[in-house]
Design a protein around this ligand. Structure first.
Ligand SMILES: C[S@@+](CC[C@H](N)C(=O)[O-])C[C@H]1O[C@@H](n2cnc3c(N)ncnc32)[C@H](O)[C@@H]1O
Length: 253
């Protein structure tokens, strides 16, 4: 009997709990509505929320519409790197960007750091296993570290990327400081591409001001691209709590 070869596991950005919590509450309310009919409307609302997140999970999943992969590719397409030296992905999750970089630039050493806390079902072991399954285990290196204190000297990394990580960092209210820390480790003239919720003003302030501040840090080039304007992003994902506030900062130090 043939056994099915399992592939890498890069997870799904829409956690299953976004389906399970409203789904369970909706079903309980539906039962309660047999006795208190007024609860039926609330039950329908919760069930619709669960249905929305089921659909969103399908859109992002590799065996669905695989939007995660398209968004990782979008980010990497903006990285203007020659593949020599070292790259770093900050908040690498299960390692998709590190592995994609390793495949694209087989001569480089690609580092991935992550805090691997309880909020996400990602781990260093999963990254290493994914790298093995993708055949790039020899030019990747994963380590546990925080985005707010990267274990690399100033200007030591040739290219730096990060995807949807900075807004997740607990205890760091001013997300600009995380950008500054990420840029600290980039080599002078080296490229960087960061994707995050850059349009959420309580995190980053106004975009014009953010770009000006980054230039004041001595960064020679930086521009902003709105992810939601990419033609492959469906309308249902342009809501502010999904991809509506996501954008990319791309530049050279
Ligand atoms: C939305 S996930 C994105 C993961 C990955 N970049 C991707 O594109 O699939 C956010 C990631 O940020 C990581 N993270 C949260 N706080 C962090 C910190 N202080 N330092 C490094 N990574 C952190 C989480 O563990 C998680 O892997």
């Amino acid at each position: 009997m043939k056994t099915k070869k399992s592939g890498p596991n890069y997870g799904n950005w829409v956690s299953a709990r976004f389906v399970l919590v409203p789904g369970t509450i909706g079903l309980l309310l539906l039962v309660a509505a047999c006795f208190l009919p007024g609860l039926a409307i609330l039950a329908v609302i919760f069930l619709l929320v669960a249905a929305y997140f089921i659909y969103a999970r399908y859109l992002f999943a590799p065996n669905g519409k695989n939007l995660q992969m398209k968004i990782w590719e979008l980010l990497l397409n903006h990285l203007d790197w020659d593949g020599k030296g070292q790259a770093l992905d900050i908040g690498c999750g299960n390692g998709p960007l590190v592995i994609a970089l390793a495949k694209k630039y087989p001569k480089g050493l690609i580092n991935g750091v992550d805090y691997w806390g309880k909020n996400w079902a990602y781990s260093q072991a999963m990254c290493e296993n994914n790298a093995r399954l993708e055949g790039v285990e020899n030019n990747v290196k994963f380590q546990k570290a925080s985005a707010s204190q990267l274990p690399f000297p100033d200007g030591s990394i040739d290219a730096v990327v990060s995807n949807l990580t900075f807004h997740e960092v607990p205890g760091q209210v001013n997300k600009r400081e995380l950008l500054r820390e990420a840029l600290r480790v980039v080599k002078k003239g080296g490229p960087f591409v960061f994707q995050d919720l850059f349009l959420v003003e309580p995190y980053y302030g106004k975009m014009d001001d953010l770009l000006e501040t980054i230039q004041d840090w001595g960064i020679q080039q930086v521009k902003f691209i709105e992810t939601r304007n990419e033609p492959f992003i469906p309308k249902v994902l342009k809501l502010p709590f999904m991809l509506g506030t996501v954008g990319i900062l791309v530049g050279k130090k």
